[in-house]
Design a protein around this ligand. Structure first.
Ligand SMILES: O=C(O)CCC(=O)C(=O)O
Length: 362
């Protein structure tokens, strides 16, 4: 099958020389059983410790007790400590809390029942763990975004996405909205659309911030991922929200995201989940999973504890998408925002944008 010409600009970013002849041939992520077992024990234990307490000081005490007891293999103990300490090392909020508070008022999000979302949208978020806000970006704007992304992928080449993660066969860019590629504000919509922020507020409350924006474009023949959640272990209160902006239509065959409705309520991470006593096969489908289809320009927002993953793009075209990731205001961000921040882009942000980005004035 002939692939569209734009794909050639993505090969270096996807770390491949060419796309496969058979676009439907599966590319699974094979994990050695002993590695999978250790990972499962780490995530199970992190989940148990996290859920054993209601606040960070008590979680830290639970972690210290676990480490001091030294019960279990050293690689599991070390894995749990590394995983949990990233979040428990203290507040990482740069701005005074009054700034995000001010932004919440400016955005009209103080009242949990504010009119920016419908009651049905709130119900979907609560019950299914996600909502598709529908198309929020006009056709001309979208086309300009496609060009911007294609150019950035070609320019960053095999370095693209390195600040957060690189994935075989997937073109990735990290921190798109804070880099020089957003000097003119073309990409601001991705982190500041009021409807998106209303979903973040609904899930996380009034104290949140931007964590990262990752562009994610599976090339033809690639894109399958292990089922996962965007928080490293199971938690019974939400810590993160993610949005997927559809830059191309998501269709049955071009690698739409798969989601497991309601799984955000299980307080379990797929990596720490067992089936008949054995670690779950993360490549396999999960009963009840569904595919997210939609029109380009749509914004699909989910509670990041929802089980989900990318699927294989079996079409001859790119499947472009932009993720916008949010976290609680005191948590670390997914990427080092200050290291990636372009000074010209920074100087352009207004007070409201800086409050969402947790950025001081330049
Ligand atoms: O873009 C998608 O379909 C989902 C990607 C995803 O879940 C991830 O990269 O963690």
């Amino acid at each position: 099958m002939a692939v569209e010409a734009a794909v050639s600009r993505y090969l270096a970013a996807g770390h491949i020389d060419e796309v496969p002849d058979d676009l439907a041939e599966p590319h699974l992520n094979v994990i050695a059983p002993e590695v999978r077992e250790t990972r499962c024990r780490v995530v199970e234990t992190a989940t148990r410790l996290w859920r054993s307490a209601g606040d960070d000081p008590a979680r830290l005490a639970a972690l210290r007790g676990f480490v001091e007891a030294g019960e279990g293999p050293p690689d599991v103990i070390e894995g749990v400590e590394t995983l949990l300490m990233r979040l428990l090392a203290g507040s990482r909020q740069r701005l005074a809390p009054t700034e995000i508070d001010w932004a919440i008022d400016e955005l009209g999000l103080r009242d949990p029942q504010n009119p920016i979302l419908t009651a049905d949208e709130r119900r979907q978020i609560d019950e299914r763990g996600y909502v598709n806000l529908g198309p929020l970006i006009e056709a001309d704007h979208l086309e300009a975004i496609r060009h911007r992304m294609d150019d950035a992928i070609a320019a960053e080449g095999d370095q693209s996405g390195r600040e957060v993660s690189q994935m075989h066969g997937i073109g990735r860019l990290s921190g798109t909205v804070i880099k020089s590629m957003n000097r003119d504000g073309l990409l601001d919509v991705f982190f500041s659309h009021p409807r998106l922020l209303a979903v973040v507020r609904h899930i996380l409350g009034t104290s949140f911030k931007y964590s990262s924006t990752n562009y994610h474009c599976p090339l033809p023949g690639y894109g399958h991922q292990n089922v996962h959640a965007d928080f490293g272990w199971g938690a019974d209160t939400p810590e993160n929200v993610n949005a997927i902006w559809l830059i191309d239509d998501f269709t049955e065959d071009n690698g739409p995201t798969r989601v497991v409705p309601g799984s955000h309520r299980w307080a379990e991470h797929p990596s720490g989940s067992r089936v008949d006593g054995a670690p779950r096969d993360l490549n396999a489908s999960v009963p009840g999973e569904q595919r997210v289809l939609g029109k380009a320009g749509s914004c699909f927002v989910y509670n990041a504890h929802l089980w989900h993953s990318g699927t294989q793009n079996r079409s001859s075209k790119l499947r472009r998408a932009q993720h916008a990731f949010f976290t609680r205001a005191h948590r670390p961000t997914q990427m080092d925002v200050l290291a990636a921040l372009d000074p010209v882009t920074h100087a352009r942000f207004d007070r409201l944008q800086r409050a969402i980005l947790d950025l001081p004035a330049p």
